[in-house]
Write a protein that binds this ligand. Sequence first.
Ligand code: NAP
Length: 336
Amino acid sequence: MALKLGVIGTGAIGQDHIRRCSQTLLGSQVVALTDINLEQAAKVARDLNLTAEVYADGHALIQSPEVEAVLVTSWGPSHEAFVLAAIAAGKPVFCEKPLAVTAEGCRRIVEAEIAHGKRLVQVGFMRPYDEGYRALKSVIDSGQIGEPLMLHCAHRNPTVGENYKTDMAITDTLIHEIDVLRWLLDDDYVSVQVVFPRKSGKAFAHLKDPQIVLLETAKGTRIDVEVFVNCQYGYDIQCEVVGETGIARLPEPSQVQLRSGAKLSTAILMDWKDRFIAAYDVELQAFIDGVRAGQVGGPSAWDGYAAAVTADACIEAQNSGAIVPVSLADRPAFYV
Ligand code: NAP
């Protein structure tokens, strides 16, 4: 029997996830939708030809006996209440990042899940499902380059809108590196610093761009991440791991190599959705399969909490210029 999903939030990523669950992935059926804008939810159901009921709000959807598992794809500040309600109802829940907008909110979810006694929450960090990052992790875990000592990373977007503020370089952009590098190294961060190079003339006046975020891990690995969201030329994700005996690089997305007009070239993607489209499919399929097998896996509520604590430290470091400690609580045995 297909897993009956209810989706809260039918905006951009909500519609993408509804489409992939109904048209691409196996083993699920979207039976319930809601959005703050009910007309939009009804339109999505019509446009995608779904036999799905539109509920008055997220809490009514979670309570419905028709809904076996919940996808939370609404606005970030609404996530915590919906995830807590799903846990209280004993229903598995896939929550887009952020798990909650504060570290304390993430802790409340962690505590509710521990009290429930079984994992119910998967956080929508998709990079650990990207083929390239998985290949990179296999090389690191195999010991072929020895212990990782340094990482040089970049997260570049062609442009951002005027509403993108300096702290969003952390909460909306770096947040993916914060999660995936912790997973890649199987390590936690202990301190962060943010430095601002010469500002790009292509950025809006209010935005400090680019930024360099320096992270130190508990094992002593040093990471630099360049966040440059007006780089103009493409959406470009780089990750180079320098180990004791060699260097491993995140593979480039596969693109046709072109010989034309006296040039040898490969295209660079312009849109983050194209770069990680396969990873979104794999992460949601893993959620569906995990729920059907009675075993939710993937990025956990604890990972959501660790990301929130690290992001808070990065924002403090942006404002102070200082090296800021990342103070994580002790990891509960439940998440080891
Ligand atoms: P969006 O297009 O603004 O969609 C959010 C939708 O949720 C909107 O339709 C919004 O309605 C609705 N909404 C807000 N509060 C709600 C509530 N209390 N109950 C029901 N619906 C509510 O934003 P988005 O780009 O899809 O992003 C949604 C979430 O996904 C964000 O947390 C974002 O960070 C995350 N996201 C993650 C990734 C990733 O790479 N993993 C990528 C994109 C987005 P209104 O527009 O009327 O407010």
